[in-house]
Ligand binder design. Structure first.
Ligand code: FES
Length: 109
């Protein structure tokens, strides 16, 4: 899998936003798959950086992921450390975080 954080893959506009090369790498999982995030990233940003755009299936079965990115629409709901309906865009990745795809409205257990 490619590393989307590498500065040589960034265009000029992305480089103006700052370099991430110094940020620590944090391990987390999605559907049991080991991945890495940069310290300070949201779950949504980390999933997108790892090429994952779909982390919930809506009631009609359609795939969902990031939409507003600022905690308002709830389209990014997923299961984080066993907690359903957690917003990926407002949850910061911490070491060992376990993210799972959510089906519809989600449920405990
Ligand atoms: S993408 Fe809208 S609340 Fe997360």
């Amino acid at each position: 899998m490619g590393n989307l954080f590498r500065s040589e893959r960034m265009g000029p506009a992305q480089r103006r936003l700052g370099q991430l090369d110094g940020a620590a790498l944090l391990p987390f999982t999605f559907e049991g798959q080991p991945l890495q995030a940069r310290a300070g990233e949201s779950v949504a940003a980390a999933l997108l950086a790892n090429g994952i755009r779909h982390w919930r299936n809506a009631e009609d079965g359609s795939p969902r992921g990031l939409f507003c990115g600022v905690g308002q629409c709830w389209e990014c709901r997923c299961i984080i450390d066993g907690r359903p309906n957690a917003r990926a865009c407002t949850t910061e990745v911490t070491p060992g975080l376990a993210v799972r795809r959510q089906e519809q409205l989600g449920s405990f257990g």
